[in-house]
Design a protein around this ligand. Structure first.
Ligand SMILES: [Zn+2]
Length: 308
């Protein structure tokens, strides 16, 4: 879940803007369009005075790429230095009030715990408590989970399905899970470039035919570097998407709650038991849309048979 490239620090921190400009987006009809769903793990941060989680939310709301971006924050509801504190819970409520969607990550009061290492009874109980907590804070349904360390197995998948949770992983990782003294944006741009190029090749081989192509990006909102560079990441994503051969639309990022729900559900790890959840998910989506966006929920698209 984490990695770092220890390259020459100051030079590279300044280097992102000095790269050659990305090629212009391909003309409509010549390249598949792209739609990014931004997701964030491990929060909320309760750091002060500079709070990375809130700094990211502020940039999603206001930036020079696409104001009003809505994403999905996979929170640690019981973390003793985060979501388990009054300050953390206030921030989770604030995110929801701003139209961001909350999902579950670690749900343990012990912190960032691998769900496959927890007893089934404890995981069932902690997921239920976490869902109740978030629902109480936000009034919104809790439909998504991203397991810590990306670790899951048939047993945890079954528990998620029983808890009406869809498991969402990611296509592009910002590789910002560990906070180091030096964080080189050039290496991250190259990593994003390679990942998007690989996805573009998959689209060419018809492994994913939907359009715009939904791409899930994972960041860590507890990382101050990520927070300070969130707007720069937005630029990197659209520039590298164009470079990889995607058509970048005027609104390349999800900016309504139904869109977030739609992509998150369609890109969840296929689980046959989730099929029976469809009516409840649809109702929850509509309820969530009414709570947060004040707009009618978009109809659900059928989930693709495969995910990349
Ligand atoms: Zn994590």
């Amino acid at each position: 879940m984490s990695c770092v490239f220890l390259l020459a620090p100051l030079l590279l921190l300044a280097s992102c803007r000095s790269l050659p400009p990305a090629p212009p987006p391909a003309a409509a009809g010549e390249a598949p369009s792209i739609r990014f769903l931004l997701t964030f793990d491990d929060g909320p941060s309760i750091r002060q005075p500079y709070n990375p989680t809130l700094a990211i939310a502020a940039q999603l709301a206001s930036n020079d790429v696409q104001p009003g971006i809505k994403g999905l924050f996979f929170v640690q509801t019981g973390h003793p230095r985060g979501g388990g504190t009054p300050a953390g819970r206030a921030i989770m409520r604030q995110l929801s009030e701003q139209g961001q969607v909350l999902g579950l990550h670690s749900v343990s009061p012990r912190g960032h715990i691998d769900h496959t290492q927890v007893t089934a009874s404890a995981l069932v109980r902690e997921l239920r408590e976490a869902k109740d907590l978030l629902h109480g804070l936000t009034g919104a349904p809790v439909l998504f989970v991203r397991p810590p360390f990306g670790a899951y197995n048939p047993a945890t998948e079954a528990i998620y399905a029983d808890a009406d949770l869809h498991m969402l992983m990611s296509d592009v990782r910002a590789r910002d899970g560990v906070i180091y003294g030096y964080n080189a944006s050039l290496s991250r741009r190259i990593h994003i470039r390679h990942t998007l190029s690989a996805l573009r090749k998959q689209v060419d081989t018809a492994r994913y035919a939907d359009e715009p192509v939904p791409v899930v990006v994972a960041f860590h909102d507890v990382n101050p570097y990520t927070a300070r560079h969130m707007t720069e990441y937005l630029h990197i994503l659209i520039e590298e998407a164009a470079r990889a051969g995607f058509a970048v639309p005027a609104r390349p990022f999800t900016d309504t709650l139904p869109e977030v729900m739609d992509i998150a559900i369609s890109r969840s790890i296929p689980n046959p038991r989730n099929v029976v959840l469809a009516p409840r998910i649809t109702a929850a989506l509509r309820a969530g849309a009414a709570l947060h966006a004040g707009t009618a929920a978009a109809p659900l698209k059928p989930a693709p048979a495969t995910v990349f």
